[in-house]
Design a protein around this ligand. Structure first.
Ligand code: FES
Length: 272
């Protein structure tokens, strides 16, 4: 995948209004040619967006000087959908109010996203929507590539409410969806899926990493590298490893920078 990271960045254009995909609001952007000539596998990658108007390439004021990280949800040729959290953040609010065709200055794409081999496998996707309703959208772009490889996909959701029909309609029909309305159902769903799965990709809070690793060890005897990848939540500011705002603890007692070494990590690096 090509990238403009390290350069002065580029302008993308807003396409339409905010779209909802798999229960999450997304900003649709028309990217310049050449941002990502390879389709798919964009899950886990992110851009840094400037959230201010510009005159002659410079922001009109520096009140919102920090760029906001926007994670990829979907890429279709030069159109990308980036997750725009529905919160009170003034930067996100500024992006939400951009009109059709308005420019947004971006750096990226950054980060190591999810990966899996070219052969089809049994892929288990885990998303805790009680932690972040956007997790499902952030895993969405993994489904079709695995189905295209001849693999199978099961999605296990921890959610207090059933998925609505609109959100379900954004999932490929071949994906098996299981929902866990409480913790015991979550444990049961995990236990019954772990022996079936060849690989796990997860959007979970860090508080679940150790228990997931322990359950994998209990069911499969060991947690092998490459079996489970997680997309971590971190405070990404610079995106290039310079500010240390995004550091997270590792299993060996150290720390690592999520912006450059992640934000997708192998679970063996993070769980005890
Ligand atoms: S965001 Fe600055 S070091 Fe990671």
């Amino acid at each position: 995948m090509s990238t403009l990271q390290g350069s002065a960045g580029f302008h993308a254009q807003i396409k339409g209004t905010v779209r909802w995909l798999a229960g999450a609001p997304c900003l649709a952007l028309q990217m310049p040619e050449g941002i990502a000539p390879e389709p798919n596998m964009v899950s886990g990658r992110y851009f840094l967006a400037r959230c201010k108007d510009e005159v002659d390439g410079e922001p009109t004021d520096w009140g919102l000087y920090l760029r906001r990280p926007l994670y990829a949800v979907q890429q279709r040729e030069d159109e990308w959908l980036l997750h725009l959290p529905p919160d009170e953040d003034p930067g996100h609010g500024w992006l939400r109010r951009r009109a059709e065709g308005a420019p947004v200055h971006l750096l990226g794409p950054f980060g190591n996203g999810f990966s899996f081999p070219t052969a089809g496998r049994n892929l288990l996707l885990l998303a805790d929507l009680t932690d972040n309703p956007g997790w499902l959208a952030l895993l969405l772009a993994l489904m079709e590539p695995m189905l295209d490889r001849g693999g199978r996909v099961t999605l296990l959701l921890r959610t207090n409410a059933p998925l609505d029909e609109v959100a379900l309609s954004h999932l490929p029909i071949a994906v098996e969806v299981q929902t866990a309305p409480d913790e015991s159902a979550w444990e049961r769903g995990l236990s019954s899926s772990l022996l079936w799965a060849d690989q796990i990709c997860a959007g979970l809070p860090s508080s679940r990493y150790n228990s997931l690793a322990q359950l994998i060890q209990a069911k499969r005897f060991r947690l092998e590298e490459g079996f489970c990848q997680v997309l971590v939540q971190a405070d990404i500011l610079c995106g290039v490893g310079a500010c240390l705002a995004c550091v997270i603890p590792t299993a060996n007692g150290g720390i690592t920078r999520a912006c450059t070494h992640g934000p997708v990590f192998d679970l063996t690096r993070l769980a005890l």
